[in-house]
Design a binder for this molecule. Sequence first.
Ligand SMILES: *Cc1c(COP(=O)(O)O)cnc(C)c1O
Length: 461
Amino acid sequence: MGQEKEIMGAEPFKIKMVEPIRLIPRVERVKRMEEAYFNVFRLKPDDVYIDLLTDSGTSAMSDYQWAGLMMGDESYAGSRNFYHLEQVVQDLMGFRYVIPTHQGRPAENILFSALIQPGQMVPGNAHFDTTAAHIRHKKGIPVNLPIPEALRTGEFHPFKGNVNIGELEALLNQEGKNIPFFLMTITNNTGGGQPVSMENIRKAREITSKYRIPLYFDAARFAENAYFIKEREEGYRDRSIKAIVKEMMSHGDGCVMSAKKDGLVNMGGFICTNDEGVYQRCGELLILMEGFLTYGGLSGRDLEVMARGLEEVVSEDYLTYRIRQVRYLGERLMDAGIPIIHPTGGHAVYIDGRAFLPHIPQSQFPAQVTSVELYMEAGVRSLEIGTVAFARKDEKTGETIYPPLDLTRLAIPRRVYTDRHMDVVAEGVIRISKRKESIRGLKINWEPKVLRHFLAKFSRV
Ligand SMILES: *Cc1c(COP(=O)(O)O)cnc(C)c1O
């Protein structure tokens, strides 16, 4: 009896409050999509049944977090909630200085303003879109150094988020003086929510130390990354998530954090650093752009909720449920022969747009088309992370440089949907797959200058 494995997998919570959702009729979905210029960012949430646009800021809070909301100390300077947050972050990550911000982007904006000189290169395993945009905004050059396995979407590799150590060393050797820091994104959002191994973090640390280059984490999904290390990397099975997080962070000089992910909050973020000089420069910029050092663009109550979310996210029960649900959706799709990035990562399932709709050329955005069709088919909102988001014009030749992957992301909000919702999502994708030959591509009629995927307007070709 005592030797048997426990029955596992159900949600480690019960639902105390509900928010109604509904599927509007198909004719209306088609109309709404046309009115939105085939851009899911322009849809109204009331017209969306299951919203997998993003896992960012969409988490359900616990009763412990909601209770914390009532404990806000709204003092302009020295809010007690800041000290709670600071203590939780220091305990979890071990960094000396903690600077709150209202989300991940201001953390990037402030840290990068403090660190990047024009013309400098910032290498990383794979920068997120806003991260790359903020590096460029400081006139820096973002450089992605993924491992080759990251691009082989159907092939298993336990840590597809890893940085290519050989290429990193070559770059530091050549450009070392021109590199202000290295950024390790855990998990790797752009490449499929894929984790980075402890060994890879350790090696990246060794090389960057050799060239005296600081290592910062983009820590948005640090807990999910730690779970994969525990599950897949030798020597970590019996370590606690907290111990793994501490060890990961011990290889860094600081981090930027969007707490809208693994902070389990709707809004929040922070910067950490061990460097007093960097802390001072960031502090000055924080006061200029976000507010005083002890609130950084947030209310006291929001700081409290973030502190509590960070306490909860390292629970192994929670992470087991979380990663299993993502895997469940991935398996349902794979069983039906849908091409997805395999293995599934921590927060989302990614459909390979070009493999899913092979008759649509990349210039006609197959992953965007998949996203549009999924809304019309099942009322599910997903997001293109591919050609619309990342194709760039070569400044000299004017030619379009296409990204290597064209993906439709099904991002799963934390603690929000049940497996039954996942079944509906899978069924929607499978139905599209059955009628895919009749689906046409899209073209862009208007686009803004930066981060065009948020606002671009499309029509059918
Ligand atoms: C979401 C995200 C960001 C940006 O954070 P925001 O809170 O959305 O501003 C940066 N990096 C990664 C890896 C992210 O997932």
